[in-house]
Ligand binder design. Structure first.
Ligand SMILES: Nc1ncnc2c1ncn2[C@@H]1O[C@H](COP(=O)(O)OP(=O)(O)OP(=O)(O)O)[C@@H](O)[C@H]1O
Ligand SMILES: [Mg+2]
Length: 507
């Protein structure tokens, strides 16, 4: 038996001249839970795609030893056969197929003669979910019936069905609620007890600290250190990730909001599938010039629905009024809202934020393309100048504006979406979970950017599930619970407990 379950030696991966991985060496022992940490764009996902056969042998340099033997996978299928399974950063489920069909996708159980054995697949799928302690998912229902958290758990069920010996989880928790994260961490603990080795990637370092035995930090495509968690803490992980001590997570700022410029009055939203159910119940609030308003609450409380309705992007029936500078706005559609001076960066970047077929630059100027239209052509020179200025101003890491946006790391895609909305020069900027999947250093940069924008007079509404973040940067905090406004606090030594109690209605 080899000492290490896995060794990766001198891994180099290039994309069109960009060295994403620059000679990485990593070793993993069986049964460990390894936290793979690094800033956005450090190469975590790329390294795991090399390992899992997404990038076949021959498209990268270096060597992988699996149980002491060279692994030269041509496809994911090959690595799965070996026992290496990856759960990707972006979910890969097919929404229209049933839960069981998704769990068995590509691994279908067939009857003699080749027909699908649905009964067996449903039974086995239900067994796996029961093992995972998930009791509120019906395996014959289509996956799209379930929310992001449950879908993530279904992905895990799918991975377990492949009998993983090494399970790679790339940002599995970014769309989970606190209680779902607990479920996930417990599942990993149980897998560990059964001898499964895990690689856990997350920008939520408290989770990494809670679950991992060993921390591997990479930076700019290079291995920085492998350290037992017992010798580490969150601050040390951060220092290794960014290459310096970060003694504050939030920039300093004077609170100096001006007069009230914006009002949302009596906003109600009705469930798109079940119009009798109110998702947002008669919420009103105001916003001052240059103010940063944090909206806190549990996932599912109605925060995204509230801000989507304000921006004209809520898919179901809704009512209420939106006022800016003393005028009632027509925000029936996002286009109208943008014209009126609003902008929103949505929570789900993959569905609503980026256009995957376009380049980084094209994504950035998408919302203002009209500005570069001349009589018969697009003024590409002016467009490129703007793109370059934006890339610099949000510190977006990309080798070139012409790369496909899907080639950017998660956090940098987020910055591209932010740039796109900033170019519309909004008076009111709505950010829904702006730092999801964003590393600590880049978070700091996004906060600084928000502070600069606020100082220039922009008013910002930020929905965030990270309470520390809401308290770290907001002037005022709205708390939403079950569709209702449960609190409207000045952020003056406001405590997490106060906000949580309001969210849970225990005030
Ligand atoms: N398909 C691709 N084409 C071009 N460049 C790519 C591609 N995939 C990744 N890259 C580049 O490789 C580098 C590493 O990206 P990767 O996605 O591995 O980062 P990451 O550590 O997973 O970041 P994040 O925390 O944001 O998910 C980045 O500079 C990225 O832009
Ligand atoms: Mg990644």
């Amino acid at each position: 038996m080899a000492e290490y379950l896995l060794e990766m030696r001198g891994i180099v991966k290039q994309f069109d001249g960009v060295r994403a991985l620059n000679g990485i060496d990593i070793k993993m022992k069986a049964g460990e839970c390894i936290g793979l940490c690094g800033e956005n764009g450090a190469g975590k996902s790329t390294l795991m795609k090399v390992l899992s056969g997404v990038y076949p042998h021959g498209t990268w340099d270096g060597e992988i030893l699996w149980k002491g033997e060279p692994l030269r996978a041509q496809s994911i299928r090959d690595t799965e056969d070996a026992g290496i399974v990856i759960i990707h950063q972006e979910l890969m489920l097919v929404p229209e197929l049933s839960v069981a069909e998704n769990i068995f996708l590509g691994n279908e159980i067939t009857l003699p003669g080749g027909r699908m054995d649905y009964a067996a697949m449903n039974r086995r799928a239900a067994e796996i979910l029961t093992w995972l302690n998930i009791h509120d998912v019906n395996v014959v229902e289509p996956v799209k019936k379930y929310g992001g958290g449950h879908q993530q758990l279904i992905e895990i069920a799918k991975a377990l069905n492949k009998r993983a010996q090494l399970l790679i989880l790339d940002e599995p928790s970014s769309s989970l609620t606190a209680s779902e994260i607990e479920v996930l961490l417990n599942i990993i603990r149980r897998l560990k007890a059964e001898g499964v080795t895990c690689v856990y990637i997350s920008h939520k370092l408290d989770e990494v600290e809670a679950i991992c035995d060993t921390i591997v930090v990479i930076r700019d495509g290079q291995h920085i250190a492998t350290t037992p968690m017992s010798d580490m803490n969150v601050d040390r992980i951060i220092a290794q990730m960014v290459g310096r001590e970060m003694n504050q997570l939030y920039p300093q700022r004077a609170h100096a909001p001006g007069e009230v410029v914006f009002e949302a009055r009596n906003i109600s939203c009705y469930d798109a599938d079940n119009p009798a159910r109110k998702r947002v119940d008669n919420i009103s609030f105001s916003l001052r010039k240059g103010e940063i308003l944090g909206i806190a609450g549990l996932v599912g409380a109605g925060r995204t629905e509230l801000v989507s309705a304000i921006f004209g992007a809520y898919p179901g029936a809704h009512e209420g009024e939106v006022w800016l500078d003393g005028r009632k706005l027509d925000t029936g559609t996002p286009q109208k809202a943008i014209k009126a001076g609003l902008a929103m960066v949505p929570e789900d970047r993959k569905q609503h934020g980026i256009v995957p077929d376009l380049s980084v630059g094209q994504n950035i100027t998408l919302s203002v393309l009209g500005q570069y239209a001349r009589a018969t052509r697009i003024d590409q020179e002016a467009e490129l100048k703007t793109i370059k200025a934006e890339i610099a101003s949000v510190k977006l890491k990309t080798a070139s504006p012409f790369l496909p946006i899907t080639g950017l790391s998660g956090g940098n895609q987020q910055k591209a979406v932010l740039s796109k909305m900033l170019l519309t020069k909004p008076k009111i900027l709505i950010l829904d979970e702006p730092t999801r999947g964003v590393d600590v250093g880049a978070k700091f940069e996004i906060y600084q950017l928000m502070f600069d924008l606020a100082a220039q007079g922009m008013s910002i509404i930020m929905v965030s599930s990270e309470l520390a973040e809401v308290l770290g940067i907001s002037d005022r905090v709205l708390v939403i619970g079950e569709g209702q406004l449960r609190g409207n606090f000045d952020n003056d030594n406001l405590s997490q407990e106060t906000v949580l109690a309001a969210a849970l209605d225990q005030a």
